[in-house]
Design a protein around this ligand. Structure first.
Ligand SMILES: Nc1nc2c(c(=O)[nH]1)N[C@H]1C(S)=C(S)[C@@H](COP(=O)(O)OP(=O)(O)OC[C@H]3O[C@@H](n4cnc5c(N)ncnc54)[C@H](O)[C@@H]3O)O[C@H]1N2
Ligand code: MOO
Length: 415
């Protein structure tokens, strides 16, 4: 194990090197929301599947412009859902979405016509070839690569898959993750009164809520006191639940009850690093348990937990899900910012659109790692590297979304 405090970049390299891509599995399309595509989807159909009308009106044909004033016989009627029809020379009354009768190549909207009788219509406007026709394959052509591997499936992708009749997709398995919170001060039950010295467990619910948004399957959640034996027993339960990643909170710092490092040693774990040059979350520990299970020992302060999840656990999940690493966006600071050198800072921040319509990043007040209120106001993380100590207003900073699969929607209306 590395004894000295590691630079973030070196620690991340170790995490990424210890993470392996998970196999793919088949998933019914109706259940694949939020999953990551393991193989691309190639369309085996045209969309639309046939030439059809974009308007309620009359379908007709011609060699060039069909001029206003012309009168035509009405040969038939074609509604959405009707099958193949063969046209001769006249006009067909047609509805939006109806298959174009063979031989016809344009549609005039009903409001640009005058019905002379049940069998005769006059055109009130010129009609060009292809006008108001939605051609087969004009949206998606058969054989087209419509969704790339690595796409995180959203409702708009499900719309496309449904339209193409794709019933199953190949997706990355979801990493199985367990959450263990340590601390005898922690109370889980909101109905329980707090005794002096006790606090409510907020890291556990945060991790259990955020991990599924990060693509993981939370298989076990448990709170244990400051007792190494109870922690070891909880770890074993997490492993029997099939966890491949274990995220713990607390007990990794310098205190008398910070037992996680020793407990891991007893379990035969290999600690790959302990302490990273970051704020918050410096005492973060990363270990590998027998069976290649990854353990992230996140320092207990709530913002250290949020940063550990976002900047260590999530990059590992990306490898497991077959996603490439993120590139931060660069956004100008709305105000000057200064910090201590030598540590990389992760800052609760708000991405705004100013009144000129420009993006700007505000570093929120209250960056201490016990303050959870500003995190609930934040819609982004800003990262200031270890070697930078002061940035003027307007300087570009690296911005990350609150989760690796979510980029912030900027707030409105900030001057
Ligand atoms: N002498 C030193 N003391 C501390 C150092 C240090 O370098 N030298 N580092 C500080 C830093 S930075 C952090 S971060 C914390 C990390 O400590 P631990 O990982 O050992 O965490 P705990 O002591 O168990 O808890 C810290 C803090 O967080 C609260 N906590 C813990 N779990 C939860 C939870 N599930 N929900 C809400 N809040 C939680 C806990 O009550 C403590 O207040 O160490 C510093 N000390
Ligand atoms: O890392 Mo600690 O969270 O700075 O307080």
């Amino acid at each position: 194990m590395s004894q000295e405090t590691l630079a973030y970049e070196d620690a991340l390299r170790i995490v990424l090197g210890a993470s392996t891509r998970l196999p793919a599995e088949d998933c019914p399309t109706r259940a694949c929301l939020g999953r990551v595509l393991a193989t691309p989807v190639i369309s085996d159909a045209d969309l639309p599947p046939f030439d059809n009308s974009a308007m309620d009106g009359f379908a007709l044909c011609g060699n060039s412009t069909v001029p206003a004033g012309i009168e035509l016989d009405i040969e038939g009627e074609q509604a959405a859902g009707d099958g193949i029809a063969h046209a001769r020379n006249g006009a067909w009354e047609i509805m939006t979405g109806a298959r174009l009768p063979d031989g016809l190549d344009r549609v005039i909207p009903v409001e640009q016509t005058e019905r002379l009788s049940s069998k005769r219509v006059r055109l009130l406007a010129d009609v060009e070839t292809g006008q108001n026709v939605r051609n087969a394959g004009s949206d998606v052509a058969e054989g087209e690569n419509v969704l790339a591997a690595g796409t995180v499936l959203q409702p708009q992708h499900l719309m496309l898959l449904a339209a193409l009749g794709v019933g199953n997709v190949s997706v990355a398995e979801r990493p199985r993750v367990a959450v263990l919170c340590t601390g005898r001060e922690l109370i889980d039950d909101p109905a329980q009164m707090l005794a002096p010295g006790q606090i409510r467990n907020s890291n556990g619910p945060f991790l259990a809520a955020r991990l599924p948004l990060a693509g993981a399957d939370v298989v076990h959640v448990e709170t244990v006191g400051d007792d190494a034996a109870a922690f070891e027993a909880a770890l074993r339960r997490a492993l029997s639940a099939g966890a491949k990643v274990i995220v713990t909170s607390g007990a990794v710092s310098m205190g008398r009850y910070d037992f996680v490092p020793q407990a891991l040693e007893r379990l035969g774990a290999q600690t790959l690093f302990h302490k990273v040059a970051i704020r918050p979350g410096k005492p973060l520990l990363f270990a590998k348990l027998p069976g290649d299970v990854l353990l992230f020992g996140l320092p207990g302060n709530p913002i250290a937990v949020a940063v550990g999840l976002r900047f260590f656990v999530e990059p590992a999940l990306r490898v497991m899900l077959g996603l490439s690493q993120e590139t931060p966006r660069r956004v100008p600071l709305s105000k000057p910012y200064s910090k201590k050198p030598r540590l990389r800072f992760h800052l609760k921040s708000c991405l705004h659109i100013d009144i000129q319509g420009r993006l700007a990043l505000e570093v929120l007040e209250g960056q201490e790692s016990y303050r959870i209120r500003p995190l609930s106001d934040a819609n982004a993380w800003a990262v200031v590297p270890a070697d930078v100590d002061a940035l003027p207003a307007g300087a570009l900073v690296d911005v990350h979304g609150v989760g690796h699969l979510e980029f912030p929607l900027p707030c409105e209306g900030i001057a």
